[in-house]
Design a protein around this ligand. Sequence first.
Ligand code: G6P
Ligand code: MG
Length: 222
Amino acid sequence: YIDAVIFDLDGVITDTAEYHFLAWKALADQLDISIDREFNENLKGVSRLDSLELILKHGNRQNDFSLLEKETLANQKNELYCHYLTNLSPEDILPGIPELIRNIKEEGILIGVASVSKNAGTVLQALGLNLTFDYCVDAAKIKRSKPDPEIFLTACEKLNVDPKKSIGIEDAVVGIDAITASGMFAVGVGNILDKADYKVENTKQLEWTKIKKAYTNLINVN
Ligand code: G6P
Ligand code: MG
């Protein structure tokens, strides 16, 4: 009765969300804009250039740079982020994720990745997970970013599954919105994702039996 589970990458499979934050913070500091972890919640799941726009707006500097200058700034952030990625190894897969993937696969359920990151392939490769998923949708394959459902719908389409019989797992507010808009069951990792259909505080708590139970309960209510 469950066809597929689609995972967000940064912040769900591995803690690259923290590297994104550190790289953005270094850039923001340089621009005399102060960003903290609370503000960073708005950046999770948001594309590179859109993230930069949010940061500039936050510092009231959205009109200070040309498009070319903004691209240079975004590249600068990406270089620092990629520098952090060089340390990434299979040990950086978040707790609970390997068991979860194993349990899902044991039931013959398909798994996919939906990440708007242009670095998604590099990250999956570094984690040793490049052959684990049945399909990965990244920035190159979509036109619209989360919270648009396109990325999750594309994953379901490529896996040939019904979104209504599929589950998405996200750590970002816009990600939960994208999953919900696609008609899938939304699992949220983190404290702020009140709109999720099922919520856990961290990946360690992502137990397949509990997720299935929550999904079944919702289906039975509706
Ligand atoms: C993910 C992350 C965001 C990041 C975006 C683009 O959605 O959650 O923090 O900005 O990917 O990543 P990229 O690697 O292309 O800059
Ligand atoms: Mg994420």
